[in-house]
Design a binder for this molecule. Structure first.
Ligand SMILES: Cc1cc2nc3c(=O)[nH]c(=O)nc-3n(C[C@H](O)[C@H](O)[C@H](O)COP(=O)(O)O)c2cc1C
Length: 357
């Protein structure tokens, strides 16, 4: 059994300082979460889009598959204005993109955060992580008093300091390279596009709690580099997206594995919130929309029928192929084998660096 111990392991009660990122929308199946946790890392359920009942069922499934710690992740709702934009032009535009799908519904249909969080609290999950904002300090304390470790997501130094002030136990520092949505919440997304290599040491300089590096880390070299930058651990999304237990659509996994280093783009076209995805017809065509893209989560609801239709067809052109800049380094392996390889590579990288001294 390989090990790699840092203070993050003490906090999370894991053998390894490696977190499989929560990935809302299907990739983080209970099987994936449990396989990662059983391998000594921390599996995370991306529950942001799930109903309270589905969250409860998934948590219970994970608990059946593993007795090791795991995380559940939710999206903090934005405080933005409640004004409902005119969605008719976007609906029309999406229909023109692919006339064979039917658009339906213009209401934001993400379950209420409070109801989702109530399940997390009731189920006493070992680790709760969140993105897109801050949790009220009273809520952080409530979770901690029930034995749950709380982890927030920052994309700038200011966000990291604000989260630390709210009392969280650790922070995921999400660099520009990261796949999926930007967690930015204190400034415009354009002002928060800081690469992992520059972001980690600047956040580490300001905080006393463990910092978890995230974005573009695909192998042990990236993990070793993150530790050298002062991170206490790492969170990998794209790397676990292509594992066997991941619920990502097979054509999605294939697109990740066949991608190149310059194939990802930042787009708000899928959900109304900036996210990194592999460039496809959708990301190209949505740039031609003449108006403003409706905000999250409205746009997410509007594009869902098109994405569902694309999934049914196995058509990668209109799927949201969220992935980080390191996507081309993905490996289609069982999750436990990936964890094992990551640890061996990290040790080899650290040894190599020591020999150079
Ligand atoms: C498909 C996908 C979905 C994601 N969904 C979430 C999510 O639900 N919650 C979250 O905190 N982060 C989410 N992320 C971001 C990850 O937590 C992490 O920051 C990112 O994957 C790191 O970059 P990497 O993909 O290059 O490893 C997602 C990432 C991907 C690739």
């Amino acid at each position: 059994m390989s090990s790699l111990f840092t203070p993050l392991c003490t906090l999370l009660q894991t053998r390894l300082p490696i977190i499989q990122a929560p990935m809302a929308g299907g990739p983080t199946t209970p099987e994936l979460v449990a396989a990662v946790s059983n391998a000594g890392a921390l599996g995370s359920l991306g529950a942001g889009y799930m109903t309270p009942q589905a969250i409860q069922e998934s948590i219970r499934a994970i608990k059946r598959y593993t007795n090791q710690p795991f995380a559940v992740n939710l999206f903090i709702p934005s405080q933005a204005s409640e004004a409902i934009p005119d969605v008719a032009p976007m609906k029309q535009f999406l229909l023109q993109m692919s006339p064979r799908h039917e658009t339906q519904g213009d209401a934001a249909s993400i379950p209420a955060f409070e109801d989702q969080l109530a399940v997390v609290i009731a189920e006493r999950v070992p680790v709760f992580s969140f993105t897109f904002g801050q949790l009220k300090p009273e809520m952080v304390l409530e979770l901690q008093s029930r034995g749950t470790t709380v982890v927030g997501t920052a994309t700038t130094v200011e966000e990291a300091v604000a989260l630390a002030t709210s009392g969280v136990d650790a922070i995921v520092a999400q660099g520009y390279e990261a796949g999926g949505h930007r967690g930015t919440f204190l400034c415009h997304v354009e002002a928060a596009l800081i690469g992992t290599m520059a972001l980690i040491p600047q956040i580490v300089n300001q905080l006393r709690i463990p910092v978890i590096a995230s974005g573009g880390i695909m192998d042990g070299r990236g993990i070793a580099a993150s530790l050298m930058l002062g991170a206490a651990g790492v969170q990998l999304g794209t790397s676990f997206l292509v594992t066997e237990e991941s619920g990502a659509h097979p054509v999605y996994k294939q697109a990740v594995l066949e991608s190149g280093a310059s194939d990802t783009v930042l787009t708000s076209g899928f959900s109304g919130k900036a996210a990194r995805a592999i460039r496809n017809r959708f990301t190209d065509e949505i740039r031609e929309f003449p108006g403003e893209i409706p905000p999250y989560p409205t746009q997410n609801t509007l594009t869902r029928p098109l994405r569902n239709w694309a999934a049914e067809q196995g058509d990668p052109d209109y799927l949201s192929l969220f992935a980080g800049q390191g996507a081309a380094m993905g490996r289609a392996l069982p999750a436990a084998e990936l964890v094992h390889q990551l640890v061996e590579e990290t040790k080899a990288s650290l040894n190599r660096a020591c020999r150079l001294l």
